[in-house]
Design a protein around this ligand. Structure first.
Ligand SMILES: *Cc1c(COP(=O)(O)O)cnc(C)c1O
Length: 373
């Protein structure tokens, strides 16, 4: 089989999605599945929908186009502020976009009028993360302009946390967003259909017993893809951590000394990690490198240690005698490793269990359906 490759267990992905969807349903919050980490891979997006996500969200127009080309007809929301240069295409393929710039909203409105459409606008509020967002005190005024503008409709407000500055979405922040939603409605008129509280980092708050107020949507990627809490890096209870597995092939095993030679040509500080030079430790090389994946985000199997990586080589010290030339090594990935690996042209994506069915009842069912993409 092709190496390197990513094996995706879509049954586990559906399970993760369904688990989060069910837990949030009781709290009055729907899940929008975020596909940007997997470059808008249509089968992965479909698994999120099969698991109960109500729609999809993407950061890039190119990924939305990929989803539409694959025939996906569900609502797709653009969650990165639209590029002024892409408004026509965005109105064509997205029902709604998150916005922070009135000039962009005006351009979206003009594009929508040209296409005989009404484009939905969600205004992003800045609530501490200091990435995208309008200052809360300005949202009512901007919302009023959106309401008065033909071609666009004010659909809601949203906030984002824990991305740039690591600001945690606390109950206090969520109360502030609820208050903001009520204020904006008071000022601008229309009922806000969507009050989107944030991303995977909001789940500890959403799973708690704190009042959810007006928050009725979360945009979830990492938690359902990797079963991980992005703030703590811990596994989320009840979710699979191993939906994605990266498989790479061993191309060299040898008996080189594991410590770098003194007086080597390059005086730059090496990133080489020393592995105890025991007789059982072998140094192996895999056909995988920095160009394919964030190697620091790979979890090493027991008995193996990362020694270093270059653009095309991954060097590992291992005590596993089965890792000979031609054999495969399997890794779990963190978010940073996943996003780069999914975008790497040399890594194939293999889908397992791509059909929902009766086996879904048994979370560990034996059914294996393999499809290549
Ligand atoms: C990436 C992103 C998300 C999803 O974040 P996860 O941590 O993957 O759940 C949600 N909203 C916005 C604006 C994003 O950029």
């Amino acid at each position: 089989m092709n190496c390197p490759r990513i094996e995706v267990d879509l049954r586990k992905l559906r399970h993760n999605t369904r688990t989060v969807v069910e837990r949030l349903k009781g709290r009055g919050i729907r899940v929008t599945g975020v596909t940007k980490a997997v470059c808008g891979h249509p089968a992965i997006a479909q698994a999120m929908l099969d698991g109960g996500a109500e729609g999809l969200a993407e950061a890039r127009l190119s990924n939305v186009k990929r989803l539409r080309r694959a025939g996906m007809t569900c609502p797709i929301t653009l969650i990165r502020t639209p590029l002024l240069s892409q408004v026509d295409n965005i109105v064509q393929v997205c029902e709604v976009s998150y916005n922070t710039e009135i000039s962009v909203i005006a351009a979206l409105a003009a594009a929508a009028l040209r296409q005989n459409k009404v484009h939905g606008v969600i205004l992003m509020a800045e609530m501490g993360d200091l990435r995208e967002g309008i200052m809360p005190q300005d949202i009512g005024y901007i919302g009023q302009q959106v309401v008065d503008m033909p071609g666009v409709a004010l659909k809601g407000i949203g906030a984002n946390f824990a991305c740039l500055s690591g600001i945690v979405p606390t109950a206090t922040k969520m109360q502030a967003l609820t208050a903001l939603a009520n204020e904006v409605e008071g000022q601008c008129g229309p009922f806000l259909e969507t009050v989107s509280g944030g991303n995977s980092a909001n789940l500890p708050w959403a799973f708690s017993s704190r009042a959810t107020g007006r928050i009725n949507d979360l945009r979830i990627g990492e938690a359902i893809l990797l079963g991980m809490d992005p703030i703590t890096g811990d596994q989320i209870g009840g979710l699979f951590r191993d939906t994605f597995t990266l498989v790479a092939e061993v191309i060299e095993t040898d008996a080189k000394p594991v410590s770098p030679l003194l007086g080597a040509a390059d005086p730059a500080p090496t990133i080489i990690r020393l592995v105890p030079a025991t007789s059982e430790t072998t140094r192996i090389i895999l056909a995988l490198g920095n160009q394919d994946v964030d190697v620091a985000g790979l979890s090493m199997p027991a008995g193996s240690t990362l020694i270093g990586a270059t653009s095309d080589h991954l060097v590992i010290g291992t005590i596993d005698p089965k890792l000979c030339v031609g054999s495969e090594m399997r890794f779990q990935m963190n978010y940073s490793a996943l996003i780069r690996a999914m975008a790497a042209p040399d890594i194939q994506t293999n889908l397992h269990n791509d059909r929902p069915g009766s086996q879904e009842i048994d979370a560990n069912g034996p059914e294996k359906h393999l499809a290549l993409v």
